[in-house]
Design a binder for this molecule. Structure first.
Ligand SMILES: *[C@@H]1O[C@H](CO)[C@@H](O)[C@H](O)[C@H]1NC(C)=O
Ligand SMILES: *[C@@H]1O[C@H](CO)[C@@H](O)[C@H](O)[C@H]1NC(C)=O
Ligand SMILES: *[C@@H]1O[C@H](CO)[C@@H](O)[C@H](O)[C@H]1NC(C)=O
Ligand SMILES: *[C@@H]1O[C@H](CO)[C@@H](O)[C@H](O)[C@H]1NC(C)=O
Ligand SMILES: *[C@@H]1O[C@H](CO)[C@@H](O)[C@H](O)[C@H]1NC(C)=O
Length: 272
């Protein structure tokens, strides 16, 4: 098991987010407004259940395992690293599954590039995604055909932790019910020119949804096998090697393995 957290403490951290009309109440581990996930990413915003709208969706993710994991570029042989994080806005109510980021930017950043490479040096990555055209409107969905309403921000982490590879799925419910209006500029900046109101086209960002039971099983399995990590009181140790200072991207760690190990332990004990 990866997590050592005393049960009374874990219980104190768990908050149940219930969004009106949501079939299942999900449990979240929240401390000081940070939402812990089955992986190194910690969600700073938005909070589960928030009604959202405006110009764009902003997702703030701490990718440092709450200060315990170094930032990329990682040394080639380090046993702990984030390979990539992909994020989708998906809903089994509307049947939509939009790409927020799949690590390859599309025209005009209608979907975003590799967030691990954005804001270099910053442990918090601010994912800013322009709401696509079909989400325009104000208030709850006006018709059964509307694409507005309940969604999950689905955060998918592909990572190596202490030499073991993991892929986890973390779904955060939100509702697209606040005002989203047309914006200045041309939809053709986002490729294809099919979008409306200066916004990217929903259809260009949409992906098929897996059958609900299959998706639910993948989601539940993630949380069962990896569990929520790095919350306060979680004593998990992150093993890593550090690049020689100034050696540049992807450099091999110091050949003096004993020295590296010693330094890692030193850093870890300072951080913990
Ligand atoms: C994410 O990383 C995994 C493991 O290295 C790789 O198999 C996968 O293709 C990557 N996905 C993206 C979107 O880069
Ligand atoms: C959001 O994700 C949870 C967990 O996977 C799921 O139970 C719920 O039905 C999803 N909500 C929507 C609107 O798709
Ligand atoms: C996406 O945004 C990044 C960072 O702002 C910028 O460097 C890049 O040129 C943009 N890419 C596209 C395809 O618009
Ligand atoms: C990334 O997402 C965009 C928008 O959905 C899509 O056009 C593109 O093919 C995807 N790229 C990869 C590598 O999956
Ligand atoms: C949403 O689309 C992405 C990209 O195609 C896919 O990896 C993911 O499994 C889809 N989500 C669901 C719940 O089917």
């Amino acid at each position: 098991m990866l997590v050592t957290m005393s049960p009374w403490f874990a219980a104190a951290l768990v908050a149940v987010a219930s969004l009106s009309g949501l079939a299942t109440a999900q449990e979240f581990t929240i401390a000081n407004g940070q939402i812990f996930t089955p992986g190194p990413a910690v969600l700073d915003a938005p909070q589960p259940g928030t009604p959202l709208g405006g110009q764009l969706l902003e997702v703030a993710l701490d990718v440092s395992a709450n200060g315990r994991l170094q930032l990329p570029p990682y040394p080639a042989d380090t046993p702990s690293r984030i390979h990539n994080i992909t994020i989708f806005l998906q809903s089994y109510v509307t049947g939509r599954n939009f790409t927020i980021t799949n690590a390859t930017a599309s025209a005009g950043n209608a979907s975003l590039g590799d967030i691990m490479l954005s804001e270099p040096g910053s442990t918090v990555k601010h994912v800013k995604w322009i709401w696509p055209d079909c989400l325009m409107g104000n208030g709850p969905p006006a018709t059964a055909e509307s694409d507005r309403g309940r969604y999950n921000i689905s955060i998918r982490q592909n990572f190596l932790l202490n030499g073991e590879s993991h892929y986890t799925i973390f779904n955060v419910p939100i509702s697209v019910t606040n005002s989203i209006q047309s914006i200045a500029g041309s939809s053709s900046d986002f490729g294809g020119g099919e979008g409306q109101g200066g916004r990217p086209s929903c259809d260009l960002l949409n992906n098929p949804l897996a059958p609900f039971e299959e998706a639910e099983e993948a989601f539940l399995t993630s949380t069962r096998t990896v569990r929520v990590l790095f919350a306060p009181g979680d004593a998990i140790t992150v093993q890593q090697t550090f690049a020689v200072p100034g050696a540049g991207a992807g450099a091999t760690a110091w050949p003096f393995r004993w020295l590296t190990a010693f330094l890692s332990l030193l850093v870890l004990s300072i951080l913990s």
